[in-house]
Design a protein around this ligand. Structure first.
Ligand code: DMJ
Length: 450
């Protein structure tokens, strides 16, 4: 973290993200994205001077009224709102709550739609909204269902329940949209009409849907299990995922597939590794979960698979999308190989595999997950570290195959934080007291008074 932060501080201070090879910055958000996404990591790691310096930048320079970009509402929620909430939660400094309210009140314009589901994109200057053309004109399920932890925490901090209500309305509108697959699987795109309708048939738990399932469980845990609606959704959807999308090979490799509306697609996104953590946590935290042993074996099985996906590549780092090839010859050992799917062999510093290890270690106490994390971290040190920070890789199956030249803000917010916490005392951000938003920003659990 010290190395990544130094690179950002020296080359991109106050900008969104650093390109650590060319040492220039990108500014898709115009809000000092890496700085805001990193605040709580600095705090947790005891980098106090850096935290103070970043706080000063927020106080003096963070001015949302000057931002002119058109931003992703979802990304701004999970990184900017989430980052500010955690910084406030951990440090108690009021400036973070003030800024959090400012940006959230701007983002709420995106929820002014017939269904109450947020549009994907918001112009920060004109406040106009629209959806991605590639989503059939509709909203993306993951984007609709991944703002609720943040909005509910903000209601808790401000005492104003409008935030929670707006997020919950969108979440349950999604739940009430007819024609889910197998009862609990949500097609990727949904029209922003009243009533809403799904505008695709494809389902999966990687890109486009992932964190919606994660938030069913985490919203339940955030308010100490006081709201049965979230739990009911998680029970329905987690069972549907296990019954319809989870596969285990003869040699014991557990993975998830997508379904494209007509047939199964044997591909698993790196993003879907988050489900290792989700199933493990559901099994351990929901005391009356039906078939909890199966949920635990799926959670730990997916965690193991994501580790194996790293180990199987020449760089020791897992690909963006993987597939599973089992040797069909009876004479040969029926060993499953994990290889990139359809040339998606890049790695963009994503956290989900180490995130799953963090949950597995914290919830089982088995130190083998620390060993796995150490191996993966060493591979990142060998292949992703450059003079000004860390970069993604173009092809994890070959050594020296080139850099993406991007240090994603989630590398500092998530990947490094989960790695650090994997080796820290378990009472540092205890899973009894905190839930992590999907960008790894910890939020304290609470009993709602609104
Ligand atoms: C992060 O922004 C979050 O983890 C999100 O849920 C998914 N994509 C990236 C990391 O891969």
């Amino acid at each position: 973290m010290a190395h990544a932060w130094k690179g950002y501080r020296e080359n991109s201070w106050g900008q969104d993200e650093l390109k650590p090879v060319s040492r220039v910055s990108s500014n898709d958000f115009g809000m000092g994205l890496t700085l805001l996404d990193s605040l709580d990591t600095l705090w947790i790691m005891g980098m106090d001077k850096d935290f103070d310096e970043a706080t000063e930048w927020v106080t003096q320079n963070l001015d949302f009224s000057r931002v002119t970009q058109t931003v992703s509402v979802f990304e701004t929620f999970i990184r900017v709102v989430g980052g500010l909430l955690s910084a406030y939660e951990l440090s108690g400094r009021p400036i973070f709550l003030t800024k959090c309210v400012e940006i959230t009140d701007i983002l709420l314009a995106a929820f002014k739609s017939p269904s109450g589901m947020p549009y994907s994109l918001l112009s920060m200057s004109g406040r106009s909204t629209h959806n991605h053309g590639w989503a059939g004109g509709g909203c993306v399920v993951a984007e609709v269902g991944t703002v609720q932890l943040e909005l509910r925490a903000l209601s808790h901090f401000t005492g104003d329940r409008k935030y929670a209500d707006i997020g919950d309305r969108a979440f349950f509108a999604l739940h009430d949209t007819p024609n889910k697959v197998a009862g609990g699987l949500y097609p990727f795109f949904v029209s922003n009409t009243n009533p809403p309708a799904f505008v695709s048939n494809s389902v999966g738990i990687g890109a486009l849907a992932d964190s919606f399932y994660e938030y069913m469980l985490k919203a339940h845990l955030q308010t100490r299990g006081t709201e049965p609606r979230f739990k009911a959704m998680y029970l329905e959807s987690s069972a549907a995922i296990i019954n319809k999308l989870v596969r285990t090979t003869n040699d014991g490799v557990t993975y998830v597939v997508d379904y494209n509306g007509m047939s199964e697609v044997t591909k698993m996104d790196h993003l879907a590794c988050f489900a290792g953590g989700m199933f493990t946590m559901g099994a351990k935290k929901i005391s009356d979960l039906p078939d909890a042993a199966r949920h635990l074996s799926v959670g730990l099985g997916l965690t193991q698979t994501c580790y194996e996906a790293y180990k199987a590549q020449a760089t020791g780092i897992g690909p963006e999308v993987m597939t599973f090839v089992t040797n069909p010859h009876a004479a040969a050992a029926k060993k499953t190989s994990i290889v990139p799917w359809n040339h998606n062999a890049n790695y963009i510093l994503r956290p989900e595999a180490v995130e799953a290890l963090f949950y597995a270690y914290r919830l089982t106490g088995d130190t083998k997950y620390q060993d796995m994390g150490w191996e993966m971290f060493q591979a990142m040190e060998r292949h992703c570290k450059v003079a000004a920070g860390y970069t993604g890789l173009r092809d994890v199956t070959r050594i020296n195959a080139g850099y993406t030249d991007k240090m994603e803000s989630f590398f500092l917010a998530e990947t490094l934080k989960y790695l650090y916490l994997l080796f820290a005392p378990t009472d540092l951000i205890s899973l009894d007291d905190f839930v992590f938003n999907t960008e790894a920003h910890p939020l304290r659990v609470f009993s709602p008074t609104w």
